[in-house]
Design a protein around this ligand. Structure first.
Ligand code: PXL
Length: 285
């Protein structure tokens, strides 16, 4: 048995709505990865489309969590951050990355802050600057097109995009510091949608697209990011890992669309787990 990989997942817990830790933990665990969680906040639901949700901020717990883990001499094959609720949390998570950085571990930052051309209502415009600093510490970042335009200071454009525009965004995102960039929400026509993957060291760009399903679904960024990390830690190369993540996310959206589920409730990623494990070659004969 090879060494079991271990991840620290730093996101909120939204009790209902299938995003952040309620997605990352099951997906990574199912993929054979030991998953430690550092909750940044506890909410009754995510903030997308619900009103009246509870929000318990856990900023004060982050440093003590990290100090305790450090005292146990824990090492992580990857650190994976997602939704962070404040500027201060960005600073603290940056320190945690410095503390747990190893020569060959992966720091994956999903700069969760915006979608569809708009910053989430709970964030101020300066938040994007703090997120850019955090992205500079990452090995891999996985913004959507809205987050990408905020990170690089380009005006937001609606698609379909040109390959020139997508490669410009990828290169500018790479200039922030990460070795690899995965841009979600990439599309060149109305039929297909997916992600573009860029490796700054080789300059290679790959496009991994799937048939588009109508509608806007919550939590898909977390389904995508968790499956991507699961594939990378199971030794898939970047384009292959992105292909796995696009396939898993698209299938989850398709099931949800067919079930006519309220789009705020997140996607049915659960029923895709058996196929994901097969795709990752984790099924014993
Ligand atoms: O990853 C999306 C997400 C996570 N956590 C919270 C959110 C959102 C998106 O709206 O509100 C609390």
């Amino acid at each position: 048995m090879p060494h079991q990989k271990r991840v620290a997942a730093i996101h909120d817990i939204s009790g209902f709505g299938r995003c952040s830790l309620t997605v990352a933990l099951p997906v990574l665990s199912a993929a054979g990865i030991e998953t430690a969680i550092m909750p940044t906040a506890v909410l009754s639901t995510h903030t997308g489309g619900f009103t009246g949700y509870t929000y318990r901020d856990l900023t004060g717990d982050l440093r003590p969590f990290a100090q305790h883990w450090k005292s146990l001499k824990l090492k992580f094959d990857a650190l994976y951050s997602g939704f962070l609720g404040s500027f201060e949390q960005l600073e603290i998570v940056g320190e945690i990355f410095d503390d747990f950085r190893e020569q060959d571990n992966i720091i994956l930052v999903d700069p969760v802050m915006a979608d569809n051309g708009e910053l989430y209502k709970i964030f101020s415009p300066e938040f994007a600057l703090g997120m850019k600093k955090l992205c500079a510490k990452a090995d891999i970042i996985i913004p959507n097109v809205t987050e990408a335009s905020l990170l690089v200071g380009e005006p937001y454009r609606t698609g379909p995009y040109t390959r020139e525009y997508i490669s410009l965004l990828l290169k500018k995102l790479g200039d922030i510091g990460p070795r690899q960039v995965v841009l979600t929400g990439t599309f060149f026509d109305e039929k297909q949608l997916g992600a573009a993957a860029y490796d700054r060291e080789t300059g290679g760009i790959s496009y991994l697209l799937a048939d588009r399903i109508d509608g806007y679904y919550h939590g898909t960024g977390d389904v995508f990011g968790s499956a991507l990390l699961a594939a990378l830690l199971n030794n898939f190369g970047l384009p292959q890992a992105v292909e796995v993540a696009v396939g898993y996310t698209t299938a989850s959206i398709r099931r949800t669309f067919e079930a006519k589920t309220d789009i705020r409730f997140g996607v049915d990623f659960e029923n895709g787990i058996p196929q994901l494990i097969k795709t990752l070659n984790l099924l014993q004969p």
